[in-house]
Design a protein. Structure first.
Length: 351
């Protein structure tokens, strides 16, 4: 009888449901995917899932629950399984999508996605997920709320401008719109203060924020957004992963001499991170010689200002990750040693 070396429960998480596949790896290194089922993404569904897994798995090895980091929809399940003492691994979505391409899967469904997650878990040695610092989760909630309030304020200001441009504007409407803008301004100030207070409560987070804010153009809100959206860069292992996670990875379509598409960023990533980098990049271009030089070089190459600004955004995000991981403040005058090629990527400055 074959001995089971590894057991994995692969879960494709959606807002409403969980599509689950069970798989195991035998001592002759042959994998087997042997059961599928769908559960609601609710507390009741979590309990049913756990009972189903325990019924169909063996005591020969621990079951590893593997899922993608799909927005916020996976979090409740991850917290539940962790509280039940289960081993949980959370994988960046781009890792699974890249892995699926190697499987030659022609039809992408929730079932094939959960199958790919199981195979990935059986083949790889995965790190066990640990609950993030509660401060990071709260920072994400506050920065996202702030972003929504600012969007509403921008729409309201546009409404005010349109109303004032009319031949005979309604005075009552103007008063109400201005009062609404004043209310939104007050909310933004309250959120800014709450984010600052929260950032200062934890000494480790406070130190990290200080290091990140040493980068030209990076302020408290941008640093808080970066920490909140990445859970303190919990799943990020290198700069390539953080750029992919934010959707700054470059995609290009070329085939022979007949097909040559323009290179562009994928935007298949965290939109809050990308948006948070916009204004800091403009500030860095105007006040930091390093980023100004990058911007000028790219403008001279292709002449597209927006494309060059996006490249600076990407460099800024990489720099945030680097100074956070090394806990080393940014130095405008730092020059990377040419001969120090054996130094780890995370400890070298991004130029």
């Amino acid at each position: 009888m074959k001995k089971i070396l590894k057991q994995v429960c692969g879960i494709d998480v959606a807002q409403i449901e969980l599509v689950v596949t069970l798989g195991r790896l035998f001592d002759d290194l042959t994998p087997e995917l042997y059961s599928h089922k769908t559960f609601p993404n609710t507390k009741k569904g979590f309990l049913a899932l756990l009972q189903w897994v325990r019924k169909l798995t063996s005591d020969q090895s621990v079951v590893r629950f593997v899922m993608e980091a799909t927005g916020v929809y996976h979090e409740s399940l991850a917290y539940f399984l962790d509280s039940e003492g289960c081993e949980v691994s959370i994988i960046l979505p781009n890792k699974i999508s890249n892995y699926m391409r190697t499987l030659d899967v022609k039809t992408i469904t929730d079932k094939t996605a959960s199958d790919a997650i199981v195979r990935f878990g059986l083949e790889r040695s995965l790190q066990r997920w640990q609950r993030p610092n509660p401060v990071f989760k709260r920072l994400r909630q506050l920065t996202r709320e702030r972003e929504q309030v600012i969007q509403i304020r921008s729409m309201t200001k546009n409404q005010l401008h349109a109303e004032e441009a009319e031949a005979e504007p309604n005075e009552g409407s103007l008063v109400r719109i201005k009062k609404h803008i004043g209310f939104l301004n007050k909310q933004v100030k309250e959120l800014n203060a709450e984010i600052k207070t929260l950032s200062m409560q934890d000494e480790k987070v406070k130190g990290s924020m200080k290091v990140m804010c040493s980068i030209t153009g990076i302020g408290l809100i941008t640093a808080a957004t970066a920490l909140g959206e990445t859970n303190g860069f919990d799943l990020i292992r290198n700069k390539r992963q953080i750029t992919s996670y934010a959707g700054y990875d470059v995609v290009e379509k070329q085939s022979g001499t007949s097909v040559k598409g323009k290179a562009k960023i994928s935007k298949k990533g965290n939109k809050y991170l990308r948006k948070a980098m916009h204004m800091p990049a403009l500030s860095a271009i105007g006040h930091d010689e390093r980023f100004k030089a990058i911007y000028a070089r790219l403008i001279s190459k292709h002449g597209i200002k927006m494309k060059a600004a996006v490249a600076v955004q990407r460099k800024l995000l990489e720099m945030i990750y680097t100074v956070y991981k090394t806990n080393t403040p940014y130095d405008k005058n730092y020059l990377q040693p040419k001969n120090n090629t054996n130094q780890p990527e995370e400890s070298r400055a991004v130029i």
